[in-house]
Each structure stands twice: as C-alpha cells, then as structure tokens.
Design a protein around this ligand. Structure first.
Ligand code: SAM
Length: 461
C-alpha cells in the first residue's frame, strides 16, 4: 500500500512539527471548503499544540459535523456471540492465555439476545466475536446472522469479525450484512506484530488488506478503526487516512465509518504496560481531525467512553454511538436474569464507562437537541458504498436522513419509551419537522409520523 510505511509517515510527521497559526488557519479554510488535504497538512493539524489552534480545530470540526449530519445521531448496540479466540492479543480480555470457560451462543440463544435488543428499541447491531476457525467457522456466523434477521425486527447487522478470505466475504455479503468492520488496531507494523504474538491475527499484511478482499467480494461499506493507546496516535491517524486514500483510489470509496476505541483495562493486561495511552485532550484532537479530513465518514464512539466524553464529542465529529451495551457473550439475557435475581455478572472483553440504558441515552440525546436515529434505510435501499457518499456529498442527508431519523424516533417512542419521554420526544419531533427546509419533505415527514402513530412501521424516504 503506497506510503503506508514507517519511514514515510515519520518523515511527514516530522516535517509538520511546530505549525504556525497562519498554516493552521489556511488548512482549516481548506477543510471548510471540503478540499482534500495533503499528508503534510494533516501532519500539521496533528502537531498543532497551542490552545488557540486546538480550539479553532474543534470549532471547525463541530461546524462541519453539523453542516453534513445536522443533529442526527445513529444509535446501535453490540451483540457478542462467542469469546472463543485462538489469538493472544496483549490488550484483549479474550486472549487465549486467559483461562476461563469459553462460550459460544447457540442459535436459539442468539435469537434471545436479539429479541432483548429489539425490545430495547434497537434496529441496528454490531455483531462481534473472537476468532477461532474450528469452533467458529464462517457457517456459524452466517447461521447467527440469518437467525437474527429472520426472527427479529433488527434491520441492519454490521459485522466485526476477523479478517478473512474473498470467498467468506462473499458469503457475508449474501446474508445481507451492513458494514464490514475490522479494526487495524495499529498501523505501525512492529507494534502490530508485538501486540499480536504467534497468532492468526499477527499477519500484518493479511489484516491490512482485508478491506481490499471485502471490496473485491462486493462489500462496499467497510468500517475501519484504530485502537488508541497501542502506538503514537499521530502516526495512527495519518496512516488511517492513507489507508482510506488507498481504498478511494482502488475502489472509488473509502471508509463508511471509523471507530476510535481507546484502550481500556481488561482481564490479563495492565494499562501501565502501554506507554502510548491517549489523554482526553489528545482524544478530542484525534476525533476532530478525523472529522476534518474525511468529513463524510461516520465516526463511531462506543460505551468504552464516559457519558461526559461522548456528549462532548458529539459536538466535534462523532455521528454514531452505541447505547445500552453489554460486551459479554450472552450478556443481555444474563443481565435480565441477573437483575431479577440480584446476581453478580462476569468479566467482559474490556470495561465499560457509560452504563446508561438505551432509554436514558435517548432521553439525554433529545434533551441536548440531538435526533437519535435507528434508521437503516440507506442500506435497504441499496445506497451503500459510493452511492451513500454521493448522497452525503450532495448535502442530501438533511432531506433524506433527517426525516428518516425522525420517523425511527417516532417508532421508538411508540414502542419503547416511557410516558415522559413520549411526550417530550413527540414535541421534539414536531419542532424538528418545522425546521426541515424543503416544503415537500416537511409535509411528507408529517404524514409519515401520523401513519407511524397509527401503527404503521418501517416507513422511510
Ligand atoms: N475478533 C475480531 C478481530 O480480532 O478483529 C473482532 C472483534 S473484537 C470483539 C472488537 C475490538 O475490541 C477489537 O478489534 C479491539 O480493537 C477492541 N478491544 C479489544 N481489547 C480492548 C481493550 N482492552 N480496550 C478497548 N478495546 C479493546
């Protein structure tokens, strides 16, 4: 992959050190005009360290976010189907050296988990699993995915499973997955090899080229990620953008989403052994720069982050958040049972920092003026890959995604909310409809909201 090597990235980062105010101003003007930045310009943004520069970066990231996405925030929940894993990733609670009884949900259990998530209001899931070709062959994943689609009202399942072959990606495509998500964890090859010793996942080149194979198989929505804390974050962000360029050049479309997990304490690892942990300030810087440089790519934040940090970053670039997440295999059913019986729960893959329920998250979003969206319309209308990007780039998110978000919020209120949120949410929907700029769309949205209140479901533009 052109330029995705340490020598080049380190050279550009060095060249971009100590940017002047004028340089940062000029770069921000370019981002505001949605012009593509050079690697050196990205390096300058990453090296900006003076308060004035940082504040300006945050401000423009927030403006760009609002212009493109408006007030819409996509919500989803993870579903963990198995913690069997042949890898030994130094940072992960699922590593093979951690000795604990491993679980693999039966198809019946997968359906039960999905039903609980559906009851909580979710329409969009992130499917998660460890890697173990013997215990977890692709057929098992396909059976799980089919079972969820067939037995629940879940409408889109994004899949985060280990890098695989073109043939297997074709099978995932056939089942109708949403985004194929795979975190690179770190783009720095020596660090990648150190973090993933003697394992399937340890093959840097195979992992890095997974999206090429997914694209080749026809999956055109791919979601990247960097596990912040493994290596220098400046290196990771620049490398991430170079990876995105590679996909744009070769397949006409870059990342659909980017995830930015920060390393958390997990079983069998000590955070003190990771010298590159990212501070809160650095983290905000990272998110803002990703928003500036790939403005049309969704940025996902999980419940690894605190409520405070999540709310702050919604203003600076984050467009998707998980809600009511449990990261244990079979955790949703267990949680229901534990709540009933008052039992202590077991060790998750990593610790969570935002344990609010879906209802609380939706309530808080509405209070802050955001439109929680359970929408999955693009994917079901075939607007994936470059077709979604065209929609985003032409500013149509306001005319299509925002009304759709309001419709799914109405469904949520009717099906899952308590009385207080119903009243507040309905008022919020009506005032949000009034703000829609296009007369025809405004009317159509009003009509659809009425139809949903009268019991119809799954309406979208
Ligand atoms: N097994 C699959 C793979 O290897 O790509 C995927 C899924 S894993 C369930 C999802 C992600 O959790 C990993 O890609 C990693 O970035 C993240 N993760 C693992 N340990 C973590 C930790 N201690 N703190 C934060 N995130 C972690």
């Amino acid at each position: 992959m052109k330029n995705l090597n340490a020598e080049y990235i380190e050279k550009v980062l060095k060249e971009g050190e100590n940017p002047t105010h004028e340089q940062i101003e000029k770069i921000l003007e370019k981002t505001y005009r949605r012009e593509k930045l050079s690697h050196l310009e990205v390096a300058r943004l990453l090296n900006a360290s003076e308060n004035e520069q940082i504040e300006k970066i945050y401000e423009i990231a927030g403006k760009i976010k609002e212009e493109i996405y408006g007030k819409r925030i996509v919500t989803f929940a993870p579903i963990y189907v198995s913690d069997y894993c042949v890898n030994n990733c130094k940072y992960c609670g699922y590593k093979r050296d951690n000795k604990f009884p491993r679980k693999k949900l039966t198809i019946e259990q997968v359906k039960q988990e999905a039903l609980i998530l559906e009851k909580a209001g979710h329409k969009r899931l992130a499917f998660e699993s460890g890697e173990d070709p013997v215990n977890l062959p692709i057929e098992y994943f396909l059976d799980c995915l089919n079972a969820i689609y067939e037995s629940s009202d879940i409408r889109r399942i994004n899949v985060n499973v280990a890098a695989t072959t073109v043939e297997n990606y074709k099978k995932l495509l056939e089942v109708g997955i949403g985004t194929y998500i795979l975190f690179q964890e770190t783009y720095h090859k020596p660090t990648f090899e150190f973090m993933h010793p003697k394992s399937l996942k340890g093959d840097y080149d195979y992992h890095l080229t997974a999206f090429d194979r997914a694209q080749e198989a026809g999956i055109d929505d791919v979601g990247a990620g960097i596990l912040l804390g493994l290596y220098d974050y400046k290196y990771e962000v620049l490398a991430l953008l170079i990876h995105n360029e590679h996909l744009e050049e070769n397949f006409g479309v870059g990342f659909h989403t980017v995830s930015v997990p920060r390393l958390k304490k997990a079983e069998g690892m000590d955070l003190n052994e990771f010298p590159h942990l990212v501070t809160d300030e650095e983290f905000k810087h990272v998110v803002s720069i990703i928003r500036l440089v790939i403005p049309f790519t969704g940025i996902i934040l999980s419940t690894r982050e605190t409520q405070e940090m999540r709310e702050r970053l919604l203003n600076q670039g984050v467009s998707q958040i998980s809600a009511g997440s449990i990261t244990e295999v079979g955790g949703y059913v267990e949680d229901e049972e534990a709540k009933k019986a008052g039992i202590q729960k077991e060790v998750p893959q990593f610790e969570l920092s935002d344990e609010r329920s879906v209802l609380q998250v939706i309530n808080d979003l509405v209070d802050d003026g955001y439109i929680p969206s359970f929408c999955t319309a693009c994917y079901r209308s075939g607007r994936t890959g470059d077709r979604f990007m065209q929609l985003a780039k032409s500013g149509q998110i306001h005319n299509v995604c925002e009304p759709n978000a309001l419709m799914t919020l109405m469904e949520y209120l009717d099906d899952c909310a308590d009385e207080e949120l119903k009243v507040k949410g309905k008022k919020f929907i009506l005032s949000s409809i009034d703000k829609l700029k296009n007369d025809k769309i405004r009317e159509l949205t009003r009509e659809n909201i009425n139809r949903i209140e009268n019991g119809e479901r799954d309406l979208f533009l």
